[in-house]
Design a protein around this ligand. Structure first.
Ligand code: GAL
Length: 399
């Protein structure tokens, strides 16, 4: 006879935007863990579009329409801040206390990005960073040049690559990609962490419009030109072009690593990854997190808490992050099977050369306006001076 305390099984619809090969393999680890609990069932609600372009609006309209999903991915920080303030998410504070999240989450600032007025509303699942360039070693060999060790060397190799019929760079045409490339990667890597923080955290619009920051947009013109030989939309198709050697390089976050893994490519042999474009070895402490929309069904709530607990548990953290290419949020897990690129990330984290993520510094509205501007720049011949002026105006109106 069943005990009255038995938890009833619930189906949990989980919305996320992890649809590429590497991402799907990674998120499947969460699904597996929930299903293995023997109680609850993972209903996969993948909605394609990096940065949550399509998933977030869908989650919000389901919540406002009174039909909330079971769990929703966000980049924690400011992306969900209005929804948290409106009290739409389940409070995870008691669960986190009971399990001692503050004792093992490393760095603990990851939890701060989930916190409002001392209460916790999300479970961080990884630390990801934008500042990487991925290079196909074979493409450089074919072009007769050394694999570059920094951005400057890469730019210098472009003519040789083109003569060998190889596109120097592949960049997807979606707004969040050109935007991340310019405002996160080129800015942090080439002009530096302090300058980036002055613009994104302090919102110093004058500095953003000034001569030092101009280097970001000058480099963006170069990157735009080097990406002109190949047309792709999705980021993972750009990664695929690098994996096959059609293109030599892609600037993309650490999630690109998941694609190399699925293709059985080996870091250090088949491809090279340079954090901070080999210029400024830095890690942003942004990442992905799950929030749990409030639900009237008690069984669903128990399933939500169980999923939160599983997502941050030791083995699931390792399994998920090894496939995703990101770093775990726990400092107490065994990462002996980490590859060369992950090791570089871990070393940077240990050195403490870290910055907040863009989504921690800027609101979703500001990020979207910047994305619109950057894709306009990317798909036209807008000059560096013009995009800089427009960008600085957006920083001036950011809060
Ligand atoms: C980011 C997300 C990453 C990655 C990327 C591309 O917003 O945080 O984990 O998956 O989109 O889909």
């Amino acid at each position: 006879m069943a005990l009255t305390t038995t938890v009833n099984a619930a189906d949990l619809e989980v919305v996320h935007w992890w649809t590429s090969g590497g991402e799907a393999a990674a998120v499947a680890e969460f699904a597996k863990a929930l299903d293995a609990s023997g109680k609850h069932k993972w209903i996969d609600g993948a909605i394609a579009g990096g940065g949550g372009t399509n998933a977030i609006p869908a989650v919000v309209s389901r919540m406002l329409g009174g039909d909330p999903v079971g769990a929703a991915q966000f980049n924690h920080g400011r992306q969900a801040e209005e929804l948290v303030a409106e009290g739409l998410f389940l409070d995870l504070t008691d669960l986190a206390k009971k399990e001692g999240w503050r004792d093992f989450v490393y760095p603990s600032s990851l939890l701060d990005a989930c916190t409002l007025d001392g209460r916790l509303y999300c479970v961080p699942v990884n630390i990801h960073s934008w500042q990487w360039i991925w290079l196909n070693n074979g493409a450089f060999a074919k072009a007769g040049v050394d694999v570059p060790s920094n951005w400057g060397e890469f730019v210098a190799s472009a003519d040789a690559l083109r003569s060998a019929g190889i596109a120097p760079m592949a960049t997807g045409s979606q707004a969040w990609q050109s935007s991340g490339l310019v405002t996160n990667v080129l800015a942090v890597s080439l002009v530096g962490s302090e300058a980036w923080a002055r613009v994104n955290v302090d919102k110093d619009a004058e500095f953003a419009a000034g001569p030092e920051y101009a280097a970001v947009f000058e480099a963006a013109e170069v990157a735009r030109d080097l990406s002109a030989d190949i047309e792709v939309t999705d980021w993972n198709l750009a990664t695929a072009a690098v994996i096959t050697g059609q293109a030599a390089a892609q600037i993309m976050g650490d999630w690109a690593q998941g694609e190399f893994a699925v293709a059985n490519a080996t870091a250090g042999e088949d491809y090279t990854c340079l954090p901070g474009l080999g210029e400024n070895k830095v890690l942003q402490l942004g990442g992905d997190a799950f929030y749990f929309p409030k639900n009237k069904d008690e069984d669903v709530e128990l399933a939500q808490l169980e999923l939160a607990s599983l997502m941050i548990s030791k083995q699931v953290q390792v399994d998920f992050n090894l496939k995703k290419g990101s770093l775990p949020v726990r400092g107490d897990v065994d990462l002996s099977s980490a590859n060369d690129c992950m090791r570089q990330g871990l070393a940077i984290l240990a050195d403490g050369n870290v910055l907040p993520g863009g989504d921690m510094a800027l609101t979703r509205d500001t990020v979207e306006s910047i994305n619109d501007l950057m894709v306009q720049f990317w798909n036209s011949d807008m000059s560096a001076a013009e995009v800089q002026k427009k960008y600085a105006a957006l920083i001036a109106s950011a809060d």
